[in-house]
Design a protein around this ligand. Sequence first.
Ligand SMILES: [Zn+2]
Length: 614
Amino acid sequence: MLTIGKSSRRSFLKGTAAVAGAAITGARAGFAEGPSIAPPLRQFTYGDVQLLDGPAREQFDRNHAFYRGLNEDSLLKPFRERSGVPAPGEEMGGWYSWAPLRDLDKPGDNGFAPCHSFGQYVSGLARDYAATGDSATQEKVHRLVRGLGEAISAHFWDDNRFPAYTYDKICIGMIDAHEFAADAQAFAVLDAALNSVQKYLPPGGLSRAEQAERPHRDDSFTWDEPYTVPENAFLAWQRGAGSRYKDLGVRCLADNWYWNPLAAGENVLPGKHAYSHVNAMSSAMQAYFALGNEKYLRAARNGFDFVRAQSFATGGWGPDESFRVPGSGDLAASLTNTHSSFETPCGSYAHFKITRYLLRTTKDSRYGDSMERVFYNCILGAKPIKEDGHGFYYSDYNNDASKFYHPYKWHCCTGTFSQITADYGISSYFQDNEGVYVNLFVPSRVTWNRGRHRIVLTQQTEYPHRPTTQIEVSPEKAESFSVFVRIPEWAGAKTSIAVNGKKGEGTPYPGQFARIHRTWKKGDRIEVEFDMPTRLEAVDPQHPKLMAAVHGPLALFAVGDVPATVRAAELTSVAQVTPGSTDWQARTDSGVIAMRPFTAIHDEHYRLYLNVES
Ligand SMILES: [Zn+2]
């Protein structure tokens, strides 16, 4: 039997119904041995999901090969130098190596944050190993963990601007090495790292303003990010590293200046550093899971809504890495006064995490819509990292924009880049007892057990360049369960779902998961055809005529000559040159405007927002 209908989901939006679907799994908050809340949607393991040929797989493979090739002596060198053990190998330079503090502004070799990204590289590789089973990757993770264990010392933290930040990344590296690469030493090394940094950590989840009130060497010593520590600390505790990690998580919760006002609906984002404060929202989610206090869920949900309200058409946010005052028109101003529009690998990584947490908790498919915008318009279009450590950092939405590398090597975005591509698979599907949720439309295969039977779901698609996806469901034996397919909120009335060539009854409802329930047999095929409208989105409410063309999830960038103004009807008539192409054209009175999605832009200049007349 086939039913395609609405899944129940809207009720979470207001009030306490938010947690109706969540299971209470532990004892009283603070005394539970395990987390208090288990979100209703579960993640698959990294090994369950395999990316198939396509742009996501290509970026995953490229990053896996790149980070697997990093020189281990160079990665460990700044740790070893401070502990007095032999430190062979070349310096990596850029942010990663030690340099005299006065060299802060020396381009390319500034010693800004020694070893800041070590743990992220370990984390990314551990996840890559879990996704691929590549034993060389696992062995590298084990060598790096052992190397850190031998080289970590309290002296490492002397003159270090970012003890909380760097420790937090070490934490995710060690717990991922333990969880995903079966590293038996990783918890012991994590303990050693925490022992070494303990007296250097701030007393709690201090804001930048609070850090500025304390004695500090210069401004850069007030930019540590202790408010992001709880996510990985709670995860460490959940994965069995010990109760001291839960205590650390609780200690670093930024209740007074961040979670309390956000939970009360007060927008405290303006002026704050963008990436770290979105990243911190994942700390609120882990606090909600660990402690069972719904305040943290409210804070994360409200905070993310405030971010969405000041996002670009691409889904990116935070020009010059800062949030703006609503109503200020600052987003439009940024189109002429900066080229640093969105910190792309870090911001996308934080965006994927918070949308994954919120989607799993609320089952609201619109968090998946938000994730896919950032996927296709931001991170998938990031330039590849170069051998020498120069990496993509800012997406540029300036009226005269281009793609460029950051001048400093081995910056923060080289750390998160290794993690986010590893996460593409686990972001694509989720599951609950009813069945499987298809969240991202990427060529991929997910395999899992339902009862005693193995089920394989294979997705083939060129989405969003073609408005369709084909999903084959193959259970070992006929099996009854539901496949939930995300129908984006922008989807038009002609969106349809067919099973084995037969269109179902009812209309897939935009902004919800469509539920397809039946007894599945080997080789059953689902075909989804999305009615993808082109719409225009203003950069901010103060500049309603400064608009970007968005087709389905895809923002379109004008390349080449752009007329001073264009009519709305001309811009919405933009069409692919041939079906499936990444070349688009809008015909206007003053000629043809060539347009492309972010992934298809290379060295050409481009423009996202055009002056539109009605
Ligand atoms: Zn970054």
